[in-house]
Design a protein. Sequence first.
Length: 138
Amino acid sequence: MTSLASRLLGIYLWIVGALLLLQGTGSLILRSLGDDDPSLTHGFVNADPLHATIHVLWGLAMLVPLSRGVSVDRLVVIALVFGVFYVALAFLGVLVYHPFGLQLGPFENGFHFIVGPTSLVLGIGALVSRRGSLSKAT
């Protein structure tokens, strides 16, 4: 039986994964066409190529396992790794000017400070719920 925490984690990963894939792919397509004017998309699709590629890879890292119906334990691992990565990226974006060549501004840092901790909270919640249901079963 799937817990509410596990279902919320799955929904969250579907939404964030789809948005990351859409944003990253859109940014790469617009850049390849030579059109990176942020006013066209209200700034949603204007990441630098490395940042856009990171979004595409994380989007795929979430959506491919979800589409294959992986275990809750695997989703928890994805959520926790993603959360740690994005929290670290958020802090780097605030503390270092363009870390690793990523053009991170206040919007990007704010996004990272939202999705990273949210992923950690949901991942830990699903893990605790899973561990609780396993201990009750024994």
